[in-house]
Design a protein around this ligand. Sequence first.
Ligand code: SF4
Length: 486
Amino acid sequence: MKYHVVTLGCQMNKSDSERLSKVIEDMGFVWTDTEDDAVLLGVVACSVRQKAIDKVYSKIYKWNKAKSKRNLITFVSGCILPADRDKFLKQFDLIFQMSELTQLPAMISQYGIATPFRLNGDNDFHLPSIESKSDKIDFSAFKFDEKITFAGQPVMMKKPDKKIESFWDIKPIYNSDFEAFIPIQNGCDKFCTYCAVPYTRGREISRPSGEILEEVKRLVDNGYKSITLLGQNVNSYGCDKKGEEISFAELLEKIGKYGNNCGKDFWLYFTSPHPQDMTDDVIEVIARYNCLAKQIHLPLQSGDDHVLIRMNRSHSLNDFRRITQTIRRLIPEATLFTDIIVGFTSETDEQFENTYKAMEEFRFNMAYIARYSPRPGATSSRWDDDISHEVKKERLHRLSILLQQQSLELNKEMIGREYKVLVIQSDKKKGYLSGATEGKIIVRFASDEQNLTGKFVTIKITSAADFATEGELLHVFEEEKVNITE
Ligand code: SF4
């Protein structure tokens, strides 16, 4: 019995898919890269972008057509707006929220009794028995809510009665054996006017810190080198459980202490923080511990205060400036990444120029620049999308050119220096591998030794381009590689 899942959207959806795979494979299904071989076909959808929704419809149209030839079950989950949910219900066999993932075997089992195709008289289709496998997934309600110790510190373990917590309890099947993402919260309370996430994922809920720390430890024990804490608004971690749960800075501190004592080498990242919650104690703790990666992705979105207010970003340009000054003072080697939206509804030329000036001032190593497009369900989708396509394109082009220049200048400063690099994959350039520094700057180097993938190496940078550097391999950090066995 084979399954195939199409994952759309952001890193959070990709991380969700890793837990989804675990539940499906525990039922006896085996992954296939080919949709035509699968009897279970699903989409982890992103309802916040129209392009992604169009893709969902094109997939389900094809799959529903295939149902006339073979028996299959289709499902959709992920970030889905209420309006899309009703439409999807008519197209897919199953629709569920990630927080209901542990109930998927029961849902599929019911469809094994009555799929639309079976109702047409086919009797040769058998779904795996879930009873024999269900012991691998804990369906039971949480029975305890206690403090345990981690690296000698007390931490919260579980809180009862939250469906999302049973989702977090699932041990994912990671897509890589050296890079992993750990969800630390779900939902968002910020309600930026251009964003639909609070309506698809709901309000913020923090995952118990004990579970996060256990997952970090398990990954590090198994040789993972790059671990990213994931959330829509990671640095407000714990705010929904004030007085019961630790803060984001305290969570980082515990991981930092663990990193100091575990005898293994790893880099811990987080994404995305919100400037409003980027307190000095978060920056101070990153500066203190080696394993906390010196790379910070801090979304600016606009360099104009008036636009920021209309975006409901709850920070000003000055707030952002103060945070970057603290980062530069306490962690001078840190790289700074950001997100920018151009052509937000009613953005004037002058307001755009303020964003341009902010980009010049902050000298980001990387910026993900997007043209504004209204997202169904978000507040701003009710406002006029009154900046023409051409103007948005021109603004995006200007910022991209500036980013390119700045990235080249910053990368040139790396020439002649030695960097520790995590080797990630074969490069497009034949005979080369590519990897990333702790600051997530791409480094290429000549080598065709595939067994270097997933290892730390030392590279001396010899040349620089915009968005990448090239260098010479000096040293390989040898370490026994262990695979996760759970
Ligand atoms: S902080 Fe704003 S942009 Fe980010 S998920 Fe929340 S509402 Fe969306």
